[in-house]
Write a new protein. Structure first.
Length: 324
């Protein structure tokens, strides 16, 4: 199997053995609703090899890696940090890498992202870096030395703009011209140093690395939902405009009690119809104009919200007193 097609772009999701069903649903919606015409890859975390024929038979590339960390780096499963592998130079084999977390449903076009220049991501629900850092209470619950945390937080505050907007690392588009032989080591070095104060695993360090260079994508490309369908604009579920619905809460759409379970289940059922990509594949783009009009309004709300939060948080420091 060749590593690339003539498209030169790659759609990726991350999974271990327990997340393969979620990956299948995502690949189907990427092709069916997202119209993705490039390569697709399962980025594996210590995969056993069982169940991978499903992906191979559909032309989906599979790469499995050993764990980068033990325990719960950044307070989360070590599976998530395998995402950092995407910043290694081997991915320069593709022009653009589009990454999506497996707890998502794709509803809209992905192909415009194949023209991404730089690193593109949508704003995170939490508005700035202070909200990506543990509080003293979090540190105590993790059993981390509070003085070590205080010193690391002070170091961050000296070197970074802590009230600047942050992005969600659950979906991004990466122009691989940004990658060098040292990029992965540099980002992993940040993770090694700051994982004890990172609230959401790898998200803090990816934000640190790209803080001055990321390009803001429309919120359509990462509409983050918690507690079922709750979103930061408090839109009702029947008016959600997202191209990517990203379920960041504890309740996930494969749970039968989730309000989007029927949609997720149908995507998983139809995933078995997925076929290897054809060079003659033609997918009509969906009509996204109504969504984009609403997205412009949501982006404006986000900018106002960020300015207000920046003013409120100017003297805040996640509860670390004189850290800043």
């Amino acid at each position: 199997m060749t590593e690339t097609t003539s498209q030169g772009d790659l759609f990726v999701t991350l999974a271990d053995d327990g997340y393969l069903e979620q990956a299948k649903q995502l690949f189907w919606t990427a092709r069916e609703a997202g119209g993705w015409r490039g390569d697709m890859m399962l980025l594996g975390h210590e995969l056993s090899g069982e169940g991978l024929d499903w992906f191979h038979d559909r032309g989906i590339l599979v790469r499995s890696y050993d764990a980068l960390y033990d325990g719960r780096p950044g307070g989360c499963s070590p599976v998530i940090t395998t995402k950092l592998r995407l910043f290694s130079s081997e991915f320069k084999a593709w022009r653009t890498v589009v990454y999506c977390d497996g707890d998502s449903i794709i509803r809209g076009p992905l192909n415009p992202l194949r023209k991404t220049q730089g690193f593109g991501a949508a704003r995170d629900w939490s508005p700035n870096l202070w909200n990506q850092v543990v509080t003293p209470t979090d540190a105590a619950e993790r059993g981390v030395d509070p003085e070590v945390c205080r010193n690391l937080v002070a170091e961050l505050a000296r070197d970074h703009e802590m009230t600047a907007p942050t992005f969600c690392a659950g979906f991004f588009a990466l122009d691989t011209t940004l990658l060098s032989d040292s990029t992965f080591d540099e980002i992993k070095g940040l993770m090694d140093r700051y994982e004890s104060i990172s609230l959401y695993s790898e998200q803090l360090v990816i934000n640190l690395y790209f803080q001055r260079h990321w390009r803001e994508l429309s919120p359509l490309y990462n509409l983050q939902l918690t507690s079922g369908a709750v979103n930061r604009w408090y839109l009702p579920s029947d008016r959600l405009p997202g191209f990517i619905l990203h379920f960041i809460g504890a309740l996930k759409p494969w749970d039968p009690s989730h309000p989007y379970h029927a949609e997720w289940r149908e995507g998983r059922r139809r995933a078995d119809e997925l076929k290897p990509p054809s060079p003659n594949l033609v997918i009509a783009p969906p009509d996204d104009a109504p969504h984009r009009r609403l997205a412009a309004v949501l982006s404006g709300v986000d900018r106002v919200r960020a300015r207000v939060r920046r003013a409120v948080d100017m003297d805040a420091n996640a509860g670390w007193g004189a850290a800043s």
